[in-house]
Design a protein around this ligand. Structure first.
Ligand SMILES: [Mn+2]
Length: 320
């Protein structure tokens, strides 16, 4: 165990393959895409291997287009005998691709990770999958500025700009080492915080309008409906960051954000200060981190989902 033995295992694994397929998770965030692109660029520049990077969605969030090689991401995997490197996914289903009978390196930081890989490089104390990838590949290959840029963007995003409970001295140490490769921190910060779409702010306005408190103010619920999407022209990726608002209130412990795009799928994002929302998400078939988790439900009414969640969380609060 430990990063040095993981480096050796990763190196040995890479030596056995001429081609590599990097997979990123469904409903992608910057961590999965940034980690994937960082590894993609390293393998491209530092090896002679054939490399592809895949995300099952046809339309990727445009706000990620500042990441180098973003346009190289494909929606289907074409290599058949390649080594799979899975980025930032707690279980194999998260990737929406058939990973059965494939050799998989699982690079992640979710405590709930099911260790679905052939080689599992999972560090639950790390703040992002990109921090894991950076520690892992630094020393295997000479790091490049572009890869460090991708890893740093993913770290900044997954820590919500260094505000989550996962932020430690090690995180700042990793961030500092990333910047040492020439990453422009201000450029990354601007890309993440100052180029939102108008539709995303209009959607936020509507989401805030829906805000209600429950359980003596301990739970905040916000939602957006198909009508909200239609009225604003927003897409699913425009909901990025809205889930954090409920929890930002002083009295609130758990923020619930429910998204119904009108396609028969309801997405629930959970954020908390202390409550273990990963456990709740797991009970509803999802997963995540202790203070940030989520799940999806199909063909159910939004109101029923919200009621069930409030009951689950509020009753557990009273009991303990
Ligand atoms: Mn992550």
């Amino acid at each position: 165990m430990g990063i040095e033995s993981d480096k050796a295992a990763m190196n040995a694994m890479l030596k056995r393959y001429e081609s590599v397929t990097i997979v990123t998770h469904r409903n992608p965030d910057i961590d999965t895409i940034g980690t994937g692109l960082g590894i993609y660029l390293l393998l491209k520049y530092r090896t002679k291997k054939r490399v592809e990077i895949v995300n099952e969605s046809k339309v990727l969030p445009p706000y990620m287009d500042f990441l180098p090689a973003f346009s190289k991401i494909k929606s289907v995997a074409n290599f058949e005998e390649s080594l799979i490197i899975a980025c930032d996914g707690g279980d194999a289903e998260r990737f929406g691709l058939d990973l059965q009978n494939r050799v998989v390196v699982n690079i992640d930081h979710h405590r709930s990770n099911t260790r679905f890989g052939t080689l599992n490089i999972v560090y639950p104390d790390y703040a992002s999958a990109s921090q894991v990838a950076f520690d892992l590949f630094e020393g295997i290959f000479e790091m490049t500025r572009e890869s460090a840029f991708c890893f740093y963007a993913a770290l900044l995003s997954d820590t919500r700009y260094f505000t989550t409970s996962a932020v430690t001295r090690d995180v700042f140490d990793a961030a500092s080492r990333m910047l040492a490769y020439g990453v422009d921190a201000a450029k990354v910060a601007e890309a993440l915080t100052r180029r939102k779409s108008l539709a995303s702010l209009r959607l936020l306005e509507r989401a805030l309008h829906s805000l209600k408190l429950y359980c003596e103010g301990k739970i905040a619920v916000m939602y957006v409906t198909p009508e909200d999407f239609a009225a604003t022209g927003a897409k699913m990726y425009d909901t990025e960051g809205i889930a954090d608002y409920g929890r930002s209130l002083r009295v609130v412990d758990v923020g619930i954000f429910v998204t119904d795009e009108g396609k028969g799928e309801i997405r629930v994002s959970l954020r908390s200060k202390r409550y273990d929302v990963a456990e709740v998400a797991k009970r509803f078939g999802g997963g995540g981190h202790r203070h940030a988790a989520g799940f999806r439900l199909f063909s159910v009414k939004m109101e029923e989902t919200i009621t069930a969640l409030i009951e689950t969380i509020c009753s557990k609060k009273e009991n303990g």
